[in-house]
Design a protein around this ligand. Structure first.
Ligand code: NAD
Length: 340
């Protein structure tokens, strides 16, 4: 749905990819896209990712996402967000929105004034709060499962781990890794975010341009997508790739196959970074319960091992194996609900 409102300057696209399992849920990204077509490509790609993420996580949500075209530092206003909230509301709950890049807690509050179809609300609005610590926990568990597959045991103690990007998720991930005795290196383009980590922990700080050549056992992309590509694979010498970033493989087929052929265990991104959406799901189910959320997120460990086993059995790459399982669950739900 294209949502334009000249009075407030709102230019937005809401994409609902699939609702076989339940209402679509995904954040609203505010980004200064050069062309409207770039925004469209992005929102369609992201909403597809949400479908698979929820499906593989065993939660009853479909895939959706929204983008707002504009500079999040100067193009926001209360009325723009409230107008956007009215568009979300007009979908009658088929799309539930949440925070994403360029969206703040304040923006969510404005949207919430116009629609109840919002998740990841702050705790003072009876929401589940920032999803990032939950995402980080899931990534940590997915990383441990990857380690079990690569090395036969899941201990991260003594392993060299490079975390690319210590923003909301990377910051909490570093906590888990250090607690388990990993040797952590970090990089970020934002010196303030580096400082938040170094004020708390002793970690190696590396230059962003050295992130692919820096020797490590595990490379954890927690900043951008498409960092696993022909150029970076020339340098990466790790045995595991496991991180929070969405769409890490530039091409799911080409680069998913290359990492498998090289014996690198790649933890499918949408599988291990699902902690945040799982937490939102528990919120939209009714009274929020953190313990229930954590129990759900813990399933990421066993599910990762299942995916690795399927990948070996069928000789397909890990991303393909994860998509296969996600699609099977969507198909089963369609049959159950008489939609086929
Ligand atoms: P964020 O914006 O808070 O953090 C990203 C960090 O990466 C920032 O500190 C930024 O300065 C840094 N960065 C940007 N470009 C970089 C570069 N070239 N090299 C090194 N660092 C760079 O985002 P986040 O919420 O921590 O999410 C991280 C990734 O995980 C994103 O791709 C996001 O889509 C994905 N993700 C996040 C969540 C969540 O719960 N927050 C859930 C699922 C997926």
């Amino acid at each position: 749905m294209f949502c334009n409102d000249p009075a407030t300057g709102l230019k937005s696209i809401i994409a609902i990819h699939d609702t076989s399992l339940g209402p679509s849920l995904g954040g609203t990204r505010m980004w200064n896209y050069q062309h409207e077509s770039d925004a469209l490509v992005d929102v369609l790609r992201l909403s597809r990712g949400m479908t698979f993420k929820s499906a593989i996580s065993g939660i009853n949500l479909g895939g959706g996402k929204a983008v707002i075209i504009g500079d999040s530092h100067k193009d926001k206003s209360e009325m723009m967000w409230r107008r956007y909230g009215k568009f979300v509301d007009s979908l009658g709950g088929k799309y539930i929105t949440a925070e994403d890049v360029g969206t703040s807690t304040q923006d969510i509050e404005y949207i919430f004034q116009e629609t109840k179809h919002v998740a990841g609300k702050p705790k003072y609005l009876n929401g589940s709060g920032d999803p990032s610590p939950f995402t980080a926990y899931g990534v940590y568990l997915g990383m441990k499962a990857s380690c079990k597959k690569a090395k036969g045991n899941d201990s991260l103690t003594g392993l060299k781990i490079t975390v690319q990007g210590v923003g909301h998720v990377g910051y909490y991930l570093v906590d888990h890794l250090l607690k388990e005795g990993a040797i952590v290196s970090i990089c970020d383009i934002n010196q303030n975010n580096i400082k938040l980590v170094t004020d708390k922990h002793q970690v190696n700080v590396i230059d962003v341009k050295d992130v692919y050549t820096h020797p490590c056992d595990i490379y954890a992309p927690c900043a951008l997508g498409a960092t696993v590509n022909n150029d970076t694979l020339e340098h990466l010498k790790c045995s595991i790739i496991a991180g929070a970033a969405n769409n890490q493989l530039q091409s799911e087929k080409i680069h998913g196959d290359i990492v498998k052929q090289r014996g690198i265990v790649y933890a499918p991104d949408f599988l291990i970074n699902a902690g945040g959406v799982i937490n939102c799901y528990i919120e939209v189910c009714g009274e929020y319960n953190e313990e229930r959320s954590m129990k759900f997120i813990e399933k990421i460990y066993d599910r990762s091992l299942e995916i690795f086993a399927l990948s070996d059995k069928e000789n397909i790459n890990n991303q393909e194996a994860a998509i296969k399982i996600a699609k099977q669950r969507i198909e089963s739900a369609r049959t159950l609900n008489g939609r086929r």
